[in-house]
Design a protein around this ligand. Sequence first.
Ligand code: R7I
Ligand code: MG
Ligand code: MG
Length: 349
Amino acid sequence: GGPASLSRFRGALVAAVLGDCVGGEFEGAEEVPMESVLQHLNGLDDETKGEGILEYSDDTAMARCVVQSLLTRTGFDEQDMARRFAKEYSASPGRGYGSGVIQVLKKLSSPQLSDVYQPARDQFNGRGSFGNGGAMRAAPFALAFPDLADVKRFARRGAMLTHSCSLGYNGAVLQALAVHLSLQGALDLPQQFISRLITEMEEVEEDEAARNDARILKEAEMPFSDRLHRVRDLMDRSKVSIEEVISELGNGIAALHSVPTAIFCVLHCLQPRKCLPENYSGLERTIAYSLALGGDTDTIACMAGAIAGAHYGIEAVPQSWMRCCEGAQDADINAERLHMLYHQSSQGG
Ligand code: R7I
Ligand code: MG
Ligand code: MG
């Protein structure tokens, strides 16, 4: 489809759910042979498997809260979003939330709370979390706001409800930016896509708070921009091993060690790869490759899925995968609603 077509919205939201659901199998695994990945994915074609057998985790649970909040409030409302996170957690605490964020979610449910951003600020001795929990639920911001400045601003504020460290919330900004650009068809020109992300993140990381966090955590001066340069170096190479991807970009629970990695997975899988089945669509390649990296597989596949889904559209999503994953149908319906919201706002509303 053309830029910001319905198919791209559906692809983005559905593939994020699929990445989370199929990635859950390998989360935390140190080494994941591609053989095991393909076996797991081929098993999804099995008709005897029931509907929605693969459950979604916190990644999707929180993204659903973001979607519902943006739709009901027709825009960003931090009070409403915070309330939804808290309610979702107390209704379903067993979705595999990060160990730190649970404290934030408990505090967010207190009726006495006056500043919804305060619990996140109290994390990790007042520095805030740098986990990827803000980034894993950032895609819907790109599907709700057509304007780039809105995408950046609201993705940051939405992440700050749980992640007040810049290395956490800037991961969410980067993920939302990647989905935004992909939705416009920017992945047709991969070199320009990555250059654009670097330019945008250099501007984002100019910020004083970001520089300060990077210094304290002994990261590069502009950590995300730095990693995106590594992504560009890796994508220019004809051959890259999984070990190199992990050592250059990471596959961990920190936003810095997973968002650039997810972006690389998408770029790397734009073309057919020897290690992946020939009959796979680009979207299937992206998710399979994300799982083969091991580590935080549900989250990396979820983020890569959103970016890739916005590029390839819903036609690239296998029906059999969709049937097996809890919440995939809901995502498909919500994508249509977000598509309407997005196009309403772009008509100057
Ligand atoms: O970021 P968050 O929501 O976790 C998301 C991840 C995804 O992989 C999900 O699929 C789920 O499995 O969890 O949760 P946080 O608790 O904020 O951060 C995740 C972890 O990162 C924490 O439990 C810490 O181990 C680590 N971490 C930190 N450690 C030391 N200092 C995050 N920030 C810090 C820090 O400042
Ligand atoms: Mg998870
Ligand atoms: Mg995870």
